[in-house]
Design a protein around this ligand. Structure first.
Ligand SMILES: O=c1nc[nH]c2c1ncn2[C@H]1C[C@H](O)[C@@H](COP(=O)(O)OP(=O)(O)OP(=O)(O)O)O1
Ligand SMILES: [Mg+2]
Length: 221
């Protein structure tokens, strides 16, 4: 990872506390302290108007790196649901409207999928989440695009994904965002049931970060 102002700190261009916690843990083994935008109140809200996760990640990283004059890493991520033709996708954070909270977005996602289920448009199967029966409403994937912007080098961009299903009920207390509705058959659990250490082994975010580290290693070799 590149050296940042206070050597061994990296600015993460995010205001999302859930992402910030995951990055802090992911960078800890490297002795890198991940600083998020809550540490830089002078940075204004950055509009996310791109058509792709990659566009938005680059905009966030570039804006913050140029304002602070140091490298910045940005994450643009979301949930792409097959039965909804990939929605909410880049609109995941504001699916239920501007300023939507995680609970609002989860409620809207359930509403949309239940409407399709009632219309007989979903092939719904059942599964067990820690012994509870749940309905698998649609295959879905989490996508995370990372952009590392160093004012003195070309940007580096990578993407990671994590496959699962949206289920019909919220389960689990960990994580953030859509985690309580995201079920992974291989674990028989939702993302919100996994401790953060476990989520960080399999998530779209950790997979993207592993790719970024690989690219940086190759470019240094
Ligand atoms: O691991 C995840 N587990 C559950 N939900 C997730 C995850 N990763 C992204 N998501 C959802 C949350 C939010 O609805 C949207 C991200 O939107 P996104 O614009 O990238 O982040 P944000 O606005 O919350 O913070 P910021 O832009 O300051 O980084 O996707
Ligand atoms: Mg955002």
């Amino acid at each position: 990872m590149p050296q940042t102002p206070k050597n061994k700190e990296l600015v993460i261009a995010t205001k999302n506390a859930g992402k910030a916690r995951e990055f802090a843990l992911l960078f800890e083994p490297f002795g890198i302290v991940a600083r998020c935008l809550n540490d830089y109140p002078q940075i204004p809200d950055i509009p996310e108007e791109g058509e792709t996760f990659a566009d938005n990640a680059l905009t966030k990283a570039k804006t913050v790196a140029e304002l602070l004059g140091v490298p910045a890493l940005a994450d643009d991520s979301g949930l792409c649901v097959d039965a909804l033709d990939g929605r909410p996708g880049v609109y995941s954070a504001r699916y239920a409207g501007p300023g939507a909270k995680d609970a609002d977005n989860n409620a809207k996602l359930l509403r949309e999928l239940e409407l399709l289920a009632e219309a007989g448009r979903l092939a719904v199967e059942s599964a067990a989440a820690d012994g509870r029966e749940v309905r698998l409403l649609s295959p879905a994937r989490f996508v995370c695009s990372l952009a590392l912007y160093d004012p003195h080098s070309p940007p580096v961009q990578v993407e990671g994904q994590c496959e699962g299903f949206v289920i019909d009920t919220l389960i689990g207390e960990n994580g953030f965002g859509y985690d309580p509705l995201f079920y992974m058959a291989e674990f028989g659990q939702t993302m919100a049931q996994l401790p953060m250490t476990r989520k960080n082994e399999i998530s779209h975010r950790s997979r993207a970060l592993a790719k970024l580290q690989e690219l940086l290693r190759e470019s240094e070799a």
